[in-house]
Every structure is written in C-alpha cells, then in structure tokens.
Design a protein around this ligand. Sequence first.
Ligand SMILES: Nc1ncnc2c1ncn2[C@@H]1O[C@H](COP(=O)(O)OP(=O)(O)OP(=O)(O)O)[C@@H](O)[C@H]1O
Length: 363
Amino acid sequence: MILNKVQLTKFRNFESVQFSPSPSLSIITGKNGSGKSSLLEALHYLGYGRSFRTSKHQSVIKHDNDAFTIFASCKNDDDKEFRIGLSRGIGEQFKCSVNGEHFKRLSDLVSLLPIQLFTPQSTDLVIGSPSERRRFCDWGLFHVEQSYSELIKNYSKVLKHRNALLKDYNGQSAQHNTDYWDQQLVSLGERIDALRSDYVTRLVPIFESTCLQFLPEFSVEISYYRGWEKDSELLQALHKKLPYDRKIGYTSAGPHKADLRFKVNKNQAQEVLSRGQLRMAVAALQLAQTKLFTLETNRHSIFLLDDIGAELDAEKRERFIDGLLETQTQVFVTAIELEQLEFVNKYKDKKMFHVEHSSVNEE
Ligand SMILES: Nc1ncnc2c1ncn2[C@@H]1O[C@H](COP(=O)(O)OP(=O)(O)OP(=O)(O)O)[C@@H](O)[C@H]1O
C-alpha cells in the first residue's frame, strides 16, 4: 500500500493542503507548532479512524469550522489505484468513501491501510498498561487474519453481557447463572488466545534478532501471558474466579487480560533501560512487526515516525529507518531540523517537505 497523494481540509492548523509523498521516504521538517505532527495525525486517521493525540475528534477540526476532511490517492500492492476519503463534522459520525462510494463502517476503510506509528510516547508500549500491548498484537493479527476483528468484536459483546450479569449479582448464587455467557466467552476466547499465542511465537525470533541491532548489550525477552492461569482451561479459570468476579462486578480472567511481558536481563524493562533505550526496544518491536507483516502478507505497510530526534541517537535513527525501508515500507518522518537526519543523503527515493505558515512545500 502506498499513499500517492494526501489532501487535508480544515484539519488542525491547515485550511487546505495537499502533498504527494514519496513511495519510500518522506521527510517533513518545520519549526515547533508548524503542523508536522498534524500531518501524521491525519494519516493516522486513515489507518485507525482516530487521532494519536486526542480522543476528541472535534479538537482536530480547524478552529471556527465544523468539519474536517482527509483524502488520499493510494496504490495497493496489486498496483491498483484507489481513492479514500474520510470526514467528520461536530456531533456527526464519520463519513467514509472508497472510490467515491460511501462506506458504512469505518472498520472497512481502516482495514485497507496498515499504518504504524512511533512517537516520543511510544515507550508506553513497553512500560504502559497491558492494553497497549494487546492493541499492538491485535494490529498484527487484524491485518493478517481476516476474521480476527470480528472475533474480537464478538468477544467484547459477550464480555459486556457477562459483566452486566456480574454487576447484577445480589448474593443469591442459586439464581445467578453465568453458564450461557461462559460458554460463548470460552469458545471465542480460546480462538483469540490461539491466534495471539501463534502470532507471538512467530514474532519473537524476529524481535530477538532485531533487538541485537538496537540493544546488543542487553538480553531482552518477551513472553506471552494469555490472561488466565497457566495449565488451566479458560472455563475452569472462569469458574474459579466467579466468587471474586461477582464481588468486583466484572470478569477478571480471559484474553481481555492478556499481556506481552518484557524482561531485560531478567528484570523489568524500566528498571534496567534508560528512556532512550526503552524507545529502542519499542523501535525493535515495531520493526519486527513490520518485517513479519511483510513476510506473511507480501504487502507493504506505512510507518509514521514523529519527532525522530527525540531520544534516539543518530546511529539508531538511521538503523530504524534503514530497517523500515528494507521492508519497502512507506515511511514518513518528522523532525524540527534536517540536521537530525544528516544520514538521509544516502536514500535515493526520498522527498523532503517543509511545513511553514500552514502550508506544505516540497523542497
Ligand atoms: N483545531 C485547531 N485549529 C487550528 N489550529 C490548531 C488546532 N489544533 C492545534 N492547532 C495548532 O496547530 C499547530 C500545529 O501543531 P503540531 O503539533 O502539528 O505542530 P508540530 O510542527 O508537530 O510542532 P512540534 O515540533 O512542537 O511538535 C500548532 O500551532 C497548534 O497550536
């Protein structure tokens, strides 16, 4: 997948801009507040239907306006051209289209564009809550296994019903039967677990070899926690936890509690690694996921690198971009100054853009 042309209207500080990125590397420079991250934010919308900076869609609409629009001309991996459009007004739902045809579900659009993002906040992937790591795994599966997003959606629905029943518990266990929801939760949950567990097994060796390039002085291990006790069936775990779950009013075992656990030299990552080293661990993880995606789908993804200068030294910046370009990923990088990217002269297919006075100029 390649974005050939991107057009934003009334998005953040941009009234109306368009630019034609490189199929390989696009470097976006500009002063603080010029709009670099906003450009990546708009691309992120195409891949996720949301911003990476706010959950309020209204905040990205240019002040004193009532809707934003993002258009992109793309070429898929079979060389077919298509146009996608996304807009959202204040208090409205998304309007999405592909080749001018209206799409009802945002998820249909989102599945077209495999986009990943790396920002100064990306260390949350290692040290933040387990939901960050579940989202990471789910991205990989969502773009590889067709049925995966439906599976997750159905699981979430069943979980909601079971939690509602647990909240209703009034101390009368004889009349409080969760069996119906337990069975459905188990059937969907075990499928999710099997897919995730396989995915992590395929990812780990790629991650370990990538880590050798980024953090050669450390031994970094990832293990998969499926969300309930080892050596126990999910149904058993649900039964065992039922008294506790009734007390707290929600389900405390299952794939919605899964995690990827990091150990660096056998310790918690944040005990051992500096902030910059944590970012390198994340870079290695995302690069590994990019490699696996390309290997398994024969498709190419899009990678957004916001503020590359923050806490990654020049050698690691170069290694990261090299690794992404080797997988033929379309890469967008923002930096305040080009000096942070001195090594880019070696890339042949790059394009440079400068953002100033709410316009984007190719240099
Ligand atoms: N809804 C909005 N309408 C108009 N302008 C906005 C809106 N939201 C943010 N801005 C402004 O848009 C500008 C672009 O912000 P952005 O974060 O994209 O800049 P940046 O180039 O990435 O900056 P930095 O290098 O400091 O991270 C800022 O000046 C910000 O104040």
